[in-house]
Design a binder for this molecule. Structure first.
Ligand code: SF4
Ligand code: SF3
Length: 546
């Protein structure tokens, strides 16, 4: 076994990638990511002790959440990035040790991640093979530790986007350090770790609320919008990923250049924000969810900018047109350096000018922009439709898309649910059903897209509002069923956030996470009613209470 990673839904054989990632991650990259996580745990151990003295270090906080984000599935495949981060991390760990001072100086049995050190890449390589997931032997403890780490990766991603817009919550950083430090604390048993998993969900809600505030205060509340999915005749830049600050800068820098901007994948919801809609050269969305990029990028013809995941290893036919920035990276692909807000995209714009216009692969429009403010503006209509029986049930079908054949389930499910039901979606899972002609109920579309995966927060706000309007005591009494598709670690924090809000009976698919040990899966099933997916018809009957 040259690596071990089981953090995503597509992990090899449903158990773990051991030779190279199904995602394309090479074994040496996977190991170097493990070593970075190991160093981050050491930093957080000291940062937690320092925070008890009231000390917080902004550079360290950013380094830790940035490192967690880079190790998310399909974010960064560049070993050199992780080697550089390990080197820098060792220095920051020393700094936090000093900041923690006497509180840690007397501890004689510090965890290895707090004391191990080396200077060369060769030494890093050797150590990297010893510090991965399997270093924890007890499978329930391993499962819970990894569940916390994956939840923290999701939190880190959302904290980074909010931070790029100038919004921070010190309590989120404090929890990030506490959570990471807990994963090297052998005194914590399964019960204590389970409590921490739920606390992680609580901070998932906090960070999604923070990002929602950051996005809406910066760019306005998303509005109902028809998004063009065809092409215009000019050369274009395709922007993918989740970072709206990058979106803003790209639109500003491309204005008046004769280059159009299209969104891809999880950037589609940028079309719903007033601050972005005003640009005439922002012409729509091109393509579908992340896993179709290897064919769709060929026909796009112009440069593609990845602001975050999901990257798949680029084909030679378009690799020279791919750019990354922020946490994203791929070896041999040009990376736009610089802090968020100070990025210079002129090289991409000049590149675009020399390219042909995109080839049209679809025509028409899709409708989105149903985040909480927009839905609540329609609340009377929605409530009337529920009261009159015109809408019998809502299905929250948020989360991720992926390549697995079994995900056809979600398209079939959307096609087969009764016509008096509505889908509430967020995340790239939507591409399984957002182009189906599912119609509307009295003017309310049957697929309401709230936005990116983090905008699952909007779905929670909507559910809580409905609970209030209908004067219910429990969110689970609402006519809402949760059929969530997951792939990477942001979906993990969305799931934990829903659990922390008391949502029960969530169905999770297309398969349950490999990182859930039988013991931990049992706890989730017994306490929260978590279930997998079955046959479409059976599941619909179950949800509809038939
Ligand atoms: Fe395998 Fe997923 Fe890890 Fe990639 S991220 S190595 S596919 S488990
Ligand atoms: Fe999709 Fe990668 Fe998760 Fe933000 S873009 S949801 S998979």
């Amino acid at each position: 076994m040259s690596m071990f990673c089981f953090q995503c839904q597509e992990t090899a054989k449903g158990t773990g990638c051991t030779v190279q990632g199904v995602c394309g991650k090479k074994d040496d990259v996977a190991r170097m990511q493990d070593l970075l996580i190991f160093i981050l745990k050491g930093i957080s151990f000291y940062a937690q002790a320092a925070s008890e003295k009231g000390i917080s270090d902004a550079e360290v906080n950013k380094f830790v959440y940035d490192g967690l984000f880079k190790t998310i599935t399909n974010a960064n495949f560049d070993k050199a990035v992780f080697v550089a981060d390990v080197k820098k991390g060792l220095k920051l760990r020393d700094r936090m040790k000093e900041a923690a001072g006497a509180a840690v100086a007397e501890i004689s049995d510090l965890p290895d991640c707090c004391v191990w050190t080396a200077a060369t890449e060769a030494e890093f390589d050797i150590k990297s093979a010893m510090v991965g997931v399997l270093a924890t032997e007890n499978e329930d403890v391993r499962s819970l530790r990894e569940l916390i780490i994956y939840g923290l990766k999701g939190i880190a991603a959302y904290a980074e986007h909010a931070g790029n817009l100038g919004y921070e919550n010190p309590e989120v950083f404090e929890f990030m350090h506490r959570g990471l430090a807990a994963t090297v604390d052998d005194s914590l048993d399964a019960d204590k770790l389970t409590a921490l998993v739920l606390e992680c969900g609580k901070f998932g809600v906090e960070v999604m609320a923070l990002l929602d505030k950051a996005n809406t205060e910066s760019y306005g509340n998303p509005e109902i919008t028809s998004v063009n999915i065809g092409t215009k005749g000019k050369p274009g830049i395709l922007i993918s990923g989740h970072d709206l600050k990058d979106m803003q800068q790209l639109l500003e820098q491309t204005e008046g250049t004769g280059v159009d901007v299209y969104t891809h994948g999880e950037m589609l919801p940028a079309n719903y924000y007033p601050a972005f809609k005003k640009y005439d050269h922002f012409v729509g969305n091109y393509g579908n969810s992340w896993w179709k990029q290897s064919t769709e990028f060929v026909s796009f013809n112009g440069p593609i900018l990845f602001t975050t995941n999901c990257i798949t290893p680029p084909k030679d036919s378009y690799k020279d047109r791919v750019y990354t920035t922020g946490a994203a990276g791929f070896p041999g692909v040009k990376h736009i350096e610089g802090l968020s807000g100070e990025r210079d995209f002129s090289a991409i714009i000049e590149h675009a000018k020399k390219c042909d216009a995109p080839v049209e692969i679809e025509t028409g429009e899709i409708v989105g922009g149903f985040a909480h403010a927009q839905v609540l503006a329609l609340a009377d209509k929605v409530v009337d439709a529920v009261k009159s029986g015109a809408i019998r049930r809502f299905f929250v079908m948020a989360g991720c898309d992926g390549r697995m054949k079994g995900r056809d389930y979600y398209t079939d499910f959307a096609k087969q649910i009764p016509e008096d039901t509505v889908i509430l979606t967020a995340g790239c899972a939507k591409y399984r059903y957002n182009k189906l002609a599912l119609g509307d109920i009295g003017g309310i579309p049957r697929v309401l897209d709230a936005g990116q995966c983090n905008d699952s927060y909007s779905l929670v706000v909507i559910a809580l509002k409905l609970k209030e309007v209908f004067e219910l005591s429990d969110i689970n009494e609402l006519p809402i069923s949760y059929n969530i598709a997951w792939y990477e670690q942001k979906a993990v924090i969305v799931l934990l956030a829903l659990l922390s809000l008391g949502v029960k009976d969530i169905h999770l698919g297309p398969t349950l996470p490999a990182f859930l040990s039988p013991g931990v899966a049992k706890v989730l099933i017994e306490n929260f009613g978590i279930a997998g997916i079955g046959e479409v018809e059976d599941d619909i009957k179950l949800f509809m209470g038939a």
